[in-house]
Design a protein around this ligand. Structure first.
Ligand SMILES: Nc1ncnc2c1ncn2[C@@H]1O[C@H](COP(=O)(O)OP(=O)(O)OP(=O)(O)O)[C@@H](O)[C@H]1O
Ligand SMILES: [Mg+2]
Length: 227
């Protein structure tokens, strides 16, 4: 019998409300290995809320989240954190590197949490993001763009099925933003990870094979009017 590979990441009918405000109304999506999907939408449309649910940083009020075919939203916090480390890479606008760990040790965090650290792969990724030889530096001595490149390497270090990136270049200047986005997409292609990229930046969205627009709590086919 032919085995069908499950999506890298999928969500079914996610609904999330804060008080009287319903932010997501039954959002479903599938992200496949090697695919780059951009998510756009006005400020406050629920992009970060969606990514937090997909990454298991929050639990949906209704709906289901699957990581490489395995139900994620019903796992307890500890097990979810361990599974996340091995299956999902996260990149945010802020790098969230740990200041008192070296660059290399930061990149090794997901692998350690997942129980399979791979220093060689981590060094390879650091070289790929242009930081060969900087593994023993502390994050504090790096530039903003360099720190974000470390965050990209860290997101891919444990061979995740999917990378979730929320405005990953939002704190960078134009040139650094392009470099970081290109590296994220390139490395994900090399490792076969799917990428879900939240961005306001049309130039970054051009990296995507598919663009999803979030509006009024749902994906819409029509481009929202930001006017
Ligand atoms: N923990 C929370 N408690 C209450 N309201 C929240 C919470 N998290 C998000 N919201 C609300 O949900 C809505 C969507 O927020 P979210 O951060 O997902 O938007 P976004 O699309 O990421 O916006 P931006 O482009 O500005 O980052 C907003 O109205 C926000 O105030
Ligand atoms: Mg946001």
């Amino acid at each position: 019998m032919r085995r069908v590979t499950p999506p890298a990441l999928s969500a079914v009918n996610l609904t999330q409300a804060y008080g009287d405000v319903t932010v997501l109304r039954g959002v479903s999506l599938e992200l496949h290995a090697g695919e780059v999907v951009a998510v756009t939408g006005p400020s406050g449309s629920g992009k970060s809320t969606l990514l937090h649910l997909l990454g298991g940083l929050d639990t949906p009020q209704h709906g289901e989240v699957y990581w490489a075919g395995e139900r994620a939203d019903t796992l307890d916090t500890q097990r979810r954190a361990q599974r996340r480390a091995g299956r999902i890479g996260l990149v945010f606008q802020h790098h969230y590197l740990l200041d008192d760990l070296s660059v290399l040790d930061n990149v090794l965090i997901p692998g350690r949490l997942a129980g399979r650290p791979d220093p060689e792969h981590a060094q390879h990724l650091l070289a790929r993001v242009g930081l060969a030889g900087r593994g023993r530096d502390m994050p504090g001595v790096l530039s903003g763009g360099e720190r974000q490149r470390v965050a990209v390497a860290r997101a891919l270090a444990a061979h995740p099925a999917a990378v979730l990136a929320d405005e990953p270049t939002g704190s960078l200047d134009r040139a650094n933003a392009q470099t970081v986005a290109a590296l994220l997409v390139e490395l994900a292609r090399e490792t076969g990870a799917g990428v879900l990229l939240v961005t306001h930046d049309e130039r970054l969205a051009q990296h995507a094979g598919r663009v999803l627009h979030l509006l009024d709590g749902q994906f819409t086919d029509t481009l929202p009017d930001y006017g």
